[in-house]
Design a protein. Sequence first.
Length: 123
Amino acid sequence: MRRRLTGERGLTLLELVIAVAVLAIGTLAALRATDQSRRALAGAPLRLLAQVAAENRAEELRLYGTVAAGGLPASVTLGGQVFAVEVRLAPTAAGLSEARITARAQSGEGALLVAVLPGPGAE
C-alpha cells in the first residue's frame, strides 16, 4: 500500500549547495561592510580633532594676518594628540589669500581646510 505523491518533491543536493553558496557570499559581503564601517569610525575622533586644529589655525591667520603664518607653531596638541599643521598660502585674483591648511595626526588621520583670508596689506 504505497501511495505516491505527485507534484511534491524535495530539494536536490545541487539546489541545496547553491543555496548555501549564495548565503555564504551574502554573509561575507555583510561582514566586509561591517569591517569597513568599523575602520572608518575608528579614525573619526582623530579626524575631528584634526579639523578643529585646522580651524584654529585659520582663526589665528585671521587674527594675526597671513604674514604671521611663518611664525606660528608647526604642531599643536589637542586631546592628547599631536597634530602637524601646514599652511600653504596663494594669492587670488581678487587680492585675497587662499590658505590651504592641513592638520595631520602622527597616525595619519587628518583634515584639509581651505580658507580665504584678507590679503597681506588688508589688516
